[in-house]
Design a protein around this ligand. Structure first.
Ligand SMILES: Nc1ncnc2c1ncn2[C@@H]1O[C@H](COP(=O)(O)OP(=O)(O)OP(=O)(O)O)[C@@H](O)[C@H]1O
Length: 655
């Protein structure tokens, strides 16, 4: 979710090969050509010309060696969650002071892109994966792919308190201390029920996490993802625990929909040769993320019908989040995973939030946001006004509806899917591409469709003559993309508008989002949660610090060791145990009750001899999926396919 500068050295990146289509998907650019273009004066914010910020920035950074310049610029975005402000919507004080910098990694994947020629219409500017902004430009971009990102060397993991990674103090706090009762878990140790995959590969990286494959101890073919969470910046342990538990609670609340990546457990992860101690989420394993798919050269040959199917699946995921009172706030292809069956699933709720003033009351008013949230290519102008580097007039920084942020992100995702490239790098007046888009938007309304922004207007949108509409080959599809990515938040398509749109309704998907959905929970047979004396040990985490996480407010304070020694708590009864998840997941095994808990030694189970899981099941084999049409979203070749009209069936099987 957020970038940690401490992690910067672990990313290696290489220069991208020739495919321009891969280059703008929100990853970092190291070119600085954009700087000159930014000086173009049209549509700049009122105070832009009166400040010398931009030039002084470049002059100061010009004294630095190239990689450092890149780093400075890369870290220039300070994304802000509005955890504090959100509790008091509309409060000017909170809007200014309540933002915490916990999500800048997303900016860092993208922000240097702003220096590139976003206005250079699908140009061939070089782009490299450099989420931490410290890498030199002489490397190539095979690392963009989730699976291709390089493992750090083993020594990295062996640091304890060293410069590369920040370690949580021992003992690691029991996750149940931070979870609402209905989410408390009987097993909180990763090693109770899971083992690392023999391959020992990192399958994904984020600013504050690494993702690895793990397997059930009992059924080797049951493979899951472990999202191991790392501390960011100078985050305190308590902030870390609050941030991660909030992400888990949101992810878990959403984990009963076919288009959401299931998050099963929040566990303590021990230090091993594979990873350092901390907390981790046990999640449904995705095969790859949508970004990795789009950046394959074969993506441009994928039929529009398939791209629209993917878009509709993502939209269903977003709609489900909103229906649950949650705004994702960081929609982008990197946060859409494809399951082995080719089903699109939203993931990464690290900066998601409940958007009602009372999260438990969906009829309560919408809680507006403030601050720079999300990732620049997918964040709308009303969010970009908060980019401190841009020095926008404070009056432009108005509280915004986080649902509109998601709608905009969806629109940009649709444009990206269709154009095989990000339409512009930042949705702000500093970006030439975005300025062109705004101009085209107004032109289209003035010349072709005066009622384009009117509710219920379903006349075709822009056509061939508009750069960002051309590849849709369908005015109705272009309408949906442009209405979702309306620069004006007030007239932007809402999710209701989207779902009422006749073209959107007509999209055929290979997954029935409304169908019965069954997922398989991991088997949890063993717990070392309780020690023999019936109480657990935790660090001294303040129980009552302010938080926007509604579930934490009633948290029971952690007892001191003296208190525990004086009054050891009795072993909890079965009534105090966490109930099994309320949703429709089929549990692999029933949870042990604590009274049935075997002693820790029994946790040493041997692996059975089952064959490892196959990489990808056929598209039709997904349990609980009702398919109207069959698509093969995963069958996208990484090599160049010359024919631009190749039907999906002509595309060779995936690598
Ligand atoms: N369950 C999963 N299965 C497979 N891959 C995953 C899974 N979860 C995450 N990944 C991969 O790891 C990457 C990083 O994960 P995620 O976005 O959740 O982390 P983050 O720290 O919040 O990232 P960011 O820095 O982008 O905010 C994803 O883009 C994806 O490629």
């Amino acid at each position: 979710m957020t970038v940690s500068n401490n992690h910067s050295t672990k990313i290696s990146q290489q220069s991208i090969s020739s495919m321009s289509a891969l280059k703008f998907f929100g990853k970092k650019l190291l070119s600085s050509k954009h700087d000159n273009k930014l000086k173009k004066k049209a549509s700049l914010p009122p105070d832009f010309h009166s400040t010398s910020t931009h030039s002084s920035d470049s002059s100061s950074s010009s004294k630095l060696p190239t990689p450092l310049k890149a780093s400075r610029r890369a870290n220039s975005f300070v994304h802000s969650t509005n955890d504090n402000s959100s509790s008091s919507p509309g409060s000017a004080k909170n809007l200014r002071t309540g933002c915490t910098s916990t999500s800048s990694s997303r900016a860092n994947r993208h922000s240097s892109a702003s220096r590139n020629a976003s206005g250079s219409k699908l140009s061939n500017e070089r782009m490299v994966y450099n989420p931490y902004g410290v890498s030199t430009p002489n490397t190539s971009l095979s690392s963009i792919s989730t699976t291709a990102k390089k493992d750090p060397d083993l020594g990295f993991y062996l640091h304890d308190g060293g410069s590369n990674i920040r370690m949580l103090p021992i003992p690691i706090v029991d996750p149940n201390e931070y979870l609402p009762d209905e989410m408390k878990e009987a097993s909180i140790q990763l090693s109770d029920n899971f083992v690392f995959d023999d391959e020992n590969k990192t399958i994904g990286w984020g600013g504050s996490c690494e993702v690895r494959k793990i397997r059930s101890k009992y059924r080797k073919k049951d493979v899951f993802a472990l999202k191991k969470l790392n501390m960011i910046y100078n985050e305190t342990p308590e902030k870390f625990y609050k941030r991660c538990s909030k992400e888990f609670i949101i992810a878990k609340q959403l984990s009963h929909h076919v288009h959401i990546t299931n998050t099963f457990l929040l566990v303590k992860v021990p230090t091993t040769v594979y990873t350092t101690r901390g907390w981790g989420f046990i999640m449904e394993l995705g095969l790859r993320d949508l970004f990795a798919m789009i950046q394959k050269s074969g993506w441009r040959n994928v039929a529009l019908a398939e791209k629209f199917c993917i878009f509709k699946q993502v939209a269903h995921g977003v709609k489900f989040c909103h229906d649950q009172g949650i705004a994702h706030r960081d929609l982008k292809p990197e946060n859409v995973l494809l399951s082995p069956e080719g089903v699109c699933k939203l993931t990464d709720f690290g900066i998601s939030d409940w958007y009602h003033t009372d999260p438990l009351d969906l009829s309560s008013p919408v809680k507006k946001c403030a601050g720079m949230i999300g990732s620049p290519p997918y964040a709308p102008p009303e969010v970009m006004y908060y980019d401190a580097k841009k020095h926008y007039d404070a009056e432009l920084q108005q509280p915004y509806d986080p649902r509109a942020l998601d709608c905009y992100g969806l629109g940009v995702i649709l444009m990206t899917l269709v154009n095989n490239i990000i339409p512009f790098l930042e949705s702000c007046s500093f970006d030439i591409g975005f300025r062109d888009y705004c101009e085209a938007y107004e032109n289209f309304i003035r010349l072709h469709n005066r009622g384009f922004r009117d509710p219920g207007n379903h006349r075709p949108g822009p056509g061939m003559e508009y750069h960002l509409a051309r590849n849709f080959k369908n005015g109705h599809a272009a309408r949906v993309a442009w209405r979702l990515a309306d620069p004006e938040a007030a007239t932007r398509y809402t999710m209701d508008d989207l779902f009422e749109d006749p073209w959107f309704q007509s999209i055929e998907t290979c997954v029935n989002a409304g169908g019965e959905y069954v997922c398989k929970n991991p088997a949890v047979k063993t717990t070392t949660y309780e020690n023999v004396r019936g109480f657990h040990i935790a660090t001294d985490v303040a129980a009552v610090a302010p938080t926007s996480n509604p579930f934490l407010k009633a948290r029971t304070p952690i007892r001191s060791m003296i208190d525990i020694a004086a009054h050891p708590s009795p072993t909890p009864t079965a009534a105090a145990l966490p109930p099994p998840p309320a949703h429709s997941c089929a549990s692999g095994e029933a949870l042990f009750t604590l009274t049935e808990t075997p002693p820790p030694q029994l946790g040493k189970l041997t692996l059975d001899d089952e064959a490892p899981a196959t990489a990808a099941a056929p598209a039709t084999a997904a349990p609980g999926l009702h398919r109207a049409v069959v698509h093969h979203h995963l069958n996208i070749t990484g090599s160049l396919v010359s024919s631009s009209s190749a039907a999906p069936s002509q595309i060779p099987a995936s690598t």
